[in-house]
Ligand binder design. Structure first.
Ligand SMILES: Cc1ncc(COP(=O)(O)O)c(C=O)c1O
Length: 455
C-alpha cells in the first residue's frame, strides 16, 4: 500500500492537517511510523529506521524505555489521585525536590506545566511579576514555542508574522552579541532576557565562549532576569545534565520540557529561586496567579521522576558527551574538505552539519549566494530524504534548512554512530557540487508530480 493511502495518513489529512500530509509527499518523507523501541523506529511496511531526531530532543532515554514503562504501569495500578488541586500533590513535591537536588542553588522552586511553550510563558510571567517591568529581550534565531506569548519572543519571522501584533515591548538582539544585549538592556530595562544556551532550531548555533556568563552579569547589573530555555538542550542532551553547567553560571529561571518525562508524558517546568518566587507569587493574594489544570499531575510527575533516575542509573550524561564526541569527530574527519560542507558543529548529541559555499568549491567562490540559496532551499532537506531512504531519520533545523541536525537518543551505540557517519559521508560523496543535487531533486519532484504526489 502507498503510504499516502494508509488509513492514518488519510484520516490525519481529513481531520487534522491536509497540507502537512501533502508536504510529506512533496518533500519525500512519506512514512507512517507505527512502532518505536530505543533508537529504532518501524514504519507500516516493516522498514526499520535509526532515529536521529528523537522527537526533537524529547526521547533522550530512547523510545519506550522498559523501566519507565514499568514505573508507569505500577503507578496506574496504584490508583493514586491524579489531580490534587485542593491539597499538596505527592508526585509534584517529589519531582520538585529531585530537580532542586540536581540544580545549583538558588534554583529550587518549580512551576510545572505541560508544554515547553508553557514553561517559557511561566518564566516570562514570573519575570514580569517579580520585577514589575514589562519588556522582554530575546535573540534572533531563538525558538521558544508557538503560543502568543512565546511567539512574541520568537526569532523566526515566518512563524511570527501571521499572528502580529503580538506582545508589545519585545526586542531582539543577535545571539552571541554582548554589546547589542547591553544596549538593549539599557534602552528597554526589560523584565527578562530569554535565551537558549545553544540554538537548536536556529541551526545548532553555539555562542562565543563566556557569552552566557557575561550576559548574566550584564542582566544582574541592569536588574533584568536571565530566563534560560533548556527545553531542547537539557537532561543530558549536550553532554552535561544541563547545558548551562558547562558555561559556569546559574540562570534566574530555567525552563525544561521535552526529555523531562522520558518522551512518555507532557511535562514541563520553570525552576527559579525562592526569592524570585516569593516576589512573584508569595502571599495569599498571589499564590494562585499562575496555574494550569494538568500541572504536576501524577502520571507526568512519575514519568519525570523515573526519567531523572534513569539518566543517573544509566550514566546517560557521560554517554552523551562520549557519543557526541564520536559523532562530531567522525563527521569532521569524514567530511573534511567537502566543497559544500561549511561546518560540522555541536555539543554532546546535538550536532549540526551546515551546508553552503566554501573556499574549496569553484562555484562557491564564483557565486556564493547561488550555492547558499540551493543549500537553504533544498540541500538539507534532500540529504535528510536520502538518509531516510538509507534507514536513518534526521531533519534540518526548523529555521535553517541548510543545517542538518543530528540528535539521536543518548543511548545510541558506537556502531550506530559509525553507521550514521558512513551514511552521511556516502550521500555527500554524491554531491560535491550543486548540479547533481538540483538534477536529483528535479528528477524526483518530476516523478512525484507525475504520480499525483502519492507516495
Ligand atoms: C528551545 C525550545 N524552546 C521551546 C520549545 C517549545 O516547546 P513545546 O513545543 O513543547 O511547546 C521548543 C520546541 O521545539 C524548543 O526547542
Amino acid at each position: 500500500m502507498k503510504q499516502s493511502e494508509h488509513p492514518v495518513s488519510q484520516t490525519y489529512a481529513k481531520y487534522i492537517n491536509p497540507s502537512f500530509i501533502q508536504l510529506l509527499g512533496v518533500l519525500g518523507y512519506g512514512r507512517v511510523f507505527v512502532r518505536a523501541s530505543d533508537v529504532w523506529l518501524w514504519d507500516s511496511e516493516g522498514r526499520r529506521y535509526l532515529d536521529c531526531l528523537a522527537g526533537f530532543g524529547s526521547v533522550n532515554l530512547g523510545h519506550n524505555h522498559p523501566a519507565l514503562i514499568a514505573r508507569l504501569h505500577q503507578l496506574l495500578d496504584e490508583q493514586v489521585l491524579h489531580f490534587c488541586h485542593t491539597g499538596p500533590a505527592a508526585g509534584a513535591a517529589a519531582l520538585a525536590e529531585a530537580l532542586a537536588k540536581r540544580l545549583a542553588a538558588p534554583l529550587e522552586m518549580s512551576l510545572f506545566a505541560s508544554s515547553g511553550a508553557e514553561a517559557v510563558e511561566a518564566g516570562l510571567k514570573l519575570a514580569r511579576a517579580a520585577t514589575g517591568r514589562s519588556d522582554f529581550v530575546s535573540c534572533d534565531g531563538g525558538f521558544h514555542g508557538t503560543t502568543l506569548g512565546t511567539l512574541s519572543v520568537m526569532g523566526a519571522e515566518r512563524l511570527r508574522q501571521p499572528f502580529e501584533p503580538l506582545l508589545a515591548g519585545c526586542h531582539r538582539v543577535p545571539f552571541g552579541d554582548l554589546d547589542a544585549l547591553d544596549r538593549a538592556l539599557k534602552a528597554h530595562k526589560p523584565a527578562a532576557f530569554l535565551v537558549e544556551p545553544l540554538q537548536a532550531e536556529g541551526g545548532v548555533i553555539l555562542p562565543p565562549p563566556g557569552y552566557l556568563r557575561a550576559a548574566q552579569e550584564l542582566c544582574r547589573a541592569r536588574g533584568t532576569l536571565l530566563v534560560l530555555d533548556e527545553i531542547q538542550t537539557g537532561l543530558g542532551r549536550t553532554g552535561t545534565l544541563f547545558a548551562h553547567e558547562a558555561e559556569g553560571f546559574v540562570p534566574d529561571v530555567l525552563c525544561l520540557a521535552k526529555a523531562l518525562s522520558g518522551g512518555l508524558a507532557a511535562m514541563s517546568v520553570a525552576v527559579t529561586s525562592r526569592a524570585l518566587f516569593d516576589k512573584a507569587y508569595g502571599g495569599a493574594g498571589r499564590f494562585d496567579l499562575h496555574s494550569s489544570t494538568y500541572q504536576g499531575n501524577a502520571f507526568a510527575c512519575a514519568a519525570a521522576l523515573r526519567t531523572l533516575e534513569l539518566i543517573d542509573e544509566e550514566d546517560l550524561v557521560a554517554r552523551s558527551a562520549r557519543q557526541g564526541a564520536r559523532l562530531l569527530d567522525g563527521l569532521r574527519a569524514r567530511l573534511r574538505g567537502h566543497p559544500l560542507v561549511k561546518e560540522v558543529r555541536g555539543r554532546g548529541l546535538l550536532v549540526g552539519i551546515e551546508f553552503g559555499p566554501t573556499g574549496s568549491s569553484w562555484l562557491g567562490k564564483l557565486a556564493p549566494s547561488l550555492v547558499d540559496k540551493v543549500s537553504e532551499g533544498m540541500f538539507g532537506q534532500w540529504v535528510a530524504v536520502r538518509l531516510l531512504e538509507a534507514g536513518i531519520l534526521a531533519q534540518p533545523a526548523s529555521s535553517r534548512w541548510n543545517v542538518l541536525r543530528l540528535e539521536p537518543p543518548l543511548t545510541i551505540s558506537d556502531e550506530d554512530i559509525d553507521t550514521v557517519v558512513d551514511a552521511v559521508g556516502a550521500i555527500l560523496d554524491d554531491y560535491r557540487s550543486i548540479a547533481p543535487i538540483v538534477a536529483d531533486v528535479t528528477r524526483r519532484a518530476g516523478a512525484q508530480w507525475r504520480g499525483g504526489w502519492q507516495y
